[in-house]
Design a protein. Sequence first.
Length: 93
Amino acid sequence: MAFCTLLEWNNAFPFDRYQQMNDRTESHAGLPEGCLTRVVGRGDGDAATIIEVWRSSGDAQRFSEQNAHLLAEFGMPPPTRVAAFEDSVFQTG
């Protein structure tokens, strides 16, 4: 089973800083080890959602721990909602 993470920001998500952070780490040049897919989307105004599917919860946790310092360095706000769960169905086409 894969492991999913869902992060949501209701408003004030700094897309410019998020892009700068990713440009510096090149984490969007390809998927991090263990990440099967990533979706980043804008909502109304400055809202944002990030959905990731990982091979395992360990892969997700390792990525989070390795990059936590960057969130602080770039002043990224904490998400307003966080969910994590093992999937029941994961299909790609």
